[in-house]
Design a protein around this ligand. Structure first.
Ligand code: DAH
Length: 317
């Protein structure tokens, strides 16, 4: 078939299509032209008989013309997505601690009582175990209330030295308001070694993290505290990154913002995972991802982090 014949066939078929005035007629034309034995598939097969010089033009006629538009027009912009602030904090934390030799460990959200409480030296009567504070599934199974059980899993599966951070979801029976959510995220850190590890090591690592995450001029201070799984335990404050410690509304004029809990791993925890407390020492820390995201990006309400409102998320691009 020549190009001229092809053009005629096309004009003929367009006429027939225009003349079809009910659904049955359109269906008959569909079968005639594009059905399995229709004439367009036959044409495509017949392309091999079209003279070589006419083939590119013929191909354009038998198939659908790709575009009628001006190819020099700029493309359509669909917008680039941005990473969610929680993912960004988790990824940045992994990168910062990665530079210090820490790897990322993972654990399940559904945990045993042993890993979430007992092995972490939590006394049997501790209020956090209460049915009104924790989502329990039977006697021994719960939605983890903290990422600390990943410490236990990591130590049980490995020998020191251990350097891990463990990001993940955690659950508490909190009512949701501007600063609480029943599901939130934490990042746990753990360093255990057979050579002596000190509180000074912990402080230097957290000071590096504070500076890398929040900017120059941000450092840490420790305040004595209590956690069942660390002894001594501290609460960790970062210098307020907005006023650099001078005092402003963000830090309620104190110059400091409370960020994490930390301490030296309690010897009883080592006992629970089968380590000899005389031979190993280490530190641990844990902080809320939402908290870091909220202070870093100035987000006043935790719920904004879960609503997936593009008007909010795109401001953090
Ligand atoms: N698990 C603690 C919490 O949820 C945070 C924490 C404090 C983790 C001290 C630690 C630590 O590893 O040493 O409040």
């Amino acid at each position: 078939m020549t190009l001229a014949e092809l053009e005629n066939a096309k004009a003929e078929s367009l006429k027939e299509i225009a003349a079809a005035n009910d659904a049955a007629a359109v269906e008959a034309l569909r079968v005639k032209y594009v059905g399995r034995n229709g004439s367009i598939p036959a044409l495509i097969k017949a392309m091999k008989d079209v003279p070589k010089e006419e083939r590119p033009a013929g191909g354009g006629s038998s198939g659908e013309k790709p575009v009628d538009a001006d190819l020099t027009l700029p493309g359509r912009w669909w917008g680039l997505g941005v990473k969610h602030p929680l993912s960004r904090v988790i990824e940045e934390t992994a990168a910062i601690f990665g530079r210090l030799g820490f790897t990322v460990a993972d654990g399940p959200e559904l945990e045993t009582k042993f890993n979430n409480f007992t092995a972490l030296n939590t006394p049997a009567h501790h209020p956090s175990m209460d049915r009104s504070d924790t989502f329990w599934f039977g006697e021994d199974c719960l939605l983890r209330t903290q990422t600390s059980p990943v410490q236990i899993r990591t130590m049980m599966a490995n020998k020191p030295p251990i350097r891990v951070i463990c990001p993940g979801r955690t659950y508490r029976r909190d009512t949701t308001d501007a600063t609480h959510s029943a599901n939130f995220h934490q990042i746990e850190g753990l360093y255990v070694d057979t050579k002596p590890v000190s509180l000074a090591d912990l402080k230097s690592v957290l000071a590096y993290f504070a500076k890398e995450m929040m900017g120059d001029g941000v450092t840490v201070r420790f305040r004595p505290h209590f956690f069942p799984f660390t002894e001594p335990s501290v609460e960790v404050d970062f210098t307020c990154h907005v006023c650099k410690g001078k005092g402003c509304n963000v830090c309620k004029q104190s110059g400091w913002i409370e960020v994490a809990g930390a301490g030296m791993v309690d010897p009883r925890v080592f006992g629970h995972v089968g380590y000899d407390p005389e031979k190993v020492s280490g530190y641990a820390f844990g902080f809320g991802v939402e908290r870091i995201a909220m202070i870093k990006y100035g987000i006043p309400d935790i719920r904004w982090l879960y609503e997936n409102d593009v008007r909010f998320l795109s401001q953090l691009a």
